[in-house]
Design a binder for this molecule. Structure first.
Ligand code: FES
Ligand code: FES
Length: 185
């Protein structure tokens, strides 16, 4: 039963240790922000941060994630106002949005290493697929987020509505420290 920390919460997955992390996050922990695209490591829709590194969670088993610190898109920012999230909204770099969580995670990891990436560095770092073709705006958004990280600019795009982690934890045993869901009224 692999244990790890997911979005700052201790989690124990009572599942086959070979279960892909993506499956555990989505199906057991109700964290559906990371998307299932290809399941074989090609698309990047499933990316999460593992000890700060953007990894494809369909390729990581929960046994391999044992003891690691996992951050999903739901935990990237407490108010969904991470510079990448705000710049993605401000630059309208989203169409259907399916690729967006994975790209946001990859971009956040990139900006942590390099807050002033060139277009070529962004293309090299963001291998995620977006069939909708948002790449030109994505590059602008990631560079704009970099300017926010470097305190050269501020953005006040409205954070999108989403799952409150406290609400999710109330109903999902895997997210509760005691592993017990409260009685439903
Ligand atoms: S679902 Fe993991 S890379 Fe596509
Ligand atoms: S916005 Fe649709 S897949 Fe990227």
């Amino acid at each position: 039963m692999p244990r790890m920390t997911v979005n700052d919460r201790p989690v124990l997955f009572d599942m086959d240790p070979e279960t892909p992390l993506l499956w555990a996050l989505r199906d057991a922990a109700n964290l559906t922000g990371a998307k299932y695209g290809c399941g074989v490591g090609d698309c990047g829709a499933c990316m999460v941060l593992v000890d700060g590194e953007a990894l494809r969670s369909c390729l990581v088993t929960i046994a391999e994630a044992e003891g690691r610190f996992i951050t999903t898109i739901e935990g990237l920012s407490p108010d969904r106002a991470h510079p990448v999230q705000q710049a993605m909204v401000a630059q309208q770099a989203i169409q259907c949005g399916f690729c967006t969580p994975g790209i946001t995670i990859a971009a956040a990891a990139l900006l942590r290493r390099n807050a002033n990436p060139s277009e070529e560095e962004i293309k090299a770092a963001i291998g995620n697929l977006c069939p909708c073709g948002t790449f030109p705006r994505l590059i602008e958004a990631i560079q704009r987020a970099g300017r926010v990280v470097r305190r050269l600019e501020t953005i006040s795009a409205a954070p999108a509505p989403g799952i409150n982690p406290e609400d999710a934890a109330a109903a999902v045993p895997a997210l509760r420290v005691d592993g017990v869901a409260p009685e439903q009224p």
